[in-house]
Design a protein around this ligand. Sequence first.
Ligand SMILES: [Zn+2]
Length: 132
Amino acid sequence: MKANDQQLQVPGLRMTKQRKEVYRALMENADHPTASELYETMQKSNDPMSLATVYNCLEALVEHDAIKQVNVDRNPTRYCQNAAQHGHFHDQNTGTIHDINFKPGTQLTDILDLPEGTEITDFEITIKGRLP
Ligand SMILES: [Zn+2]
């Protein structure tokens, strides 16, 4: 998916050229890349940046809820550009991470016995398994 400039805006975050490039690279890679993989992508661009800069950009984007971190075991952190509420499925055969959505009309509160009045502000669901 090619990201246009409009999609590369993040409320409350000043989008420097580098942040925009990192965000764009992530938008165009739905495979939940690691920072190193994004760094490699950046090396092929006209404006290569250091790994530290890639990390800084990712950190700013995570802080502003534009992207999510995906941590599985002790593997390097992966990054997800899908801003919709979703969980992750870690296929243990291939090591790939897939986005998993809620079934239409279902919410987290339908399946979890949360204390009355709880407001969920954030969640992280990672399911491990094997695809057939
Ligand atoms: Zn995801």
